[in-house]
Design a protein around this ligand. Sequence first.
Ligand code: NI
Length: 203
Amino acid sequence: MILRAGILLWLMLAPAFAGKAPTRSPAEVMDVLMWNREPVGGPFELTDHTGKPRTNSDFRGKLMLVYFGFTYCPDVCPTDLQAIGLALDKLGTAADSVQPLFITVDPERDTPQHLAEYVPMFHPRLIGLTGSAEAIRKAADAYKVYYAKVDPPKGDGGYYTVDHTAFIYLMDREGNYLGFFPPGTSADRMVEIIRPRLGETAR
Ligand code: NI
């Protein structure tokens, strides 16, 4: 009877918590990434900043630069997004075969409308992606991204922050993982790594 009540409670609570709690700790996620323990990347089904549904297969044939963050992030996200934008500018027209993606880890506040005001500040071709809490958690898990909402201190006007790992993932034209740039990577360093791959075509 107690067990049944427990299951019932779980069934009632599970939908409310779906996608909200991190699946793994930051240390576990780092370990997986640093030592290539598991595949990185994979399918996602999200909505872009114009309201259009987008999946990973929309970007086949292009290199993808994938970054997870949130628009209210005070410093790390804007700095990295600026570096991505600058790298694309430095690559010039060759960068047309590179698709930069910004996937929010704060879908509650980062609606398509809100992303539409944010992403063009960094690059005209940067695509912002959002979705349900579950869809975002699934995409983040696939990319081995850790994120967790941090509850605001009382009296802070309800403003909350989101802890998150901030790697910039480089994926090949078939969506396979090539590697990541750590937070704070310069635009020049990204150009150095990306440029030799621009001449390659999809097999
Ligand atoms: Ni951030």
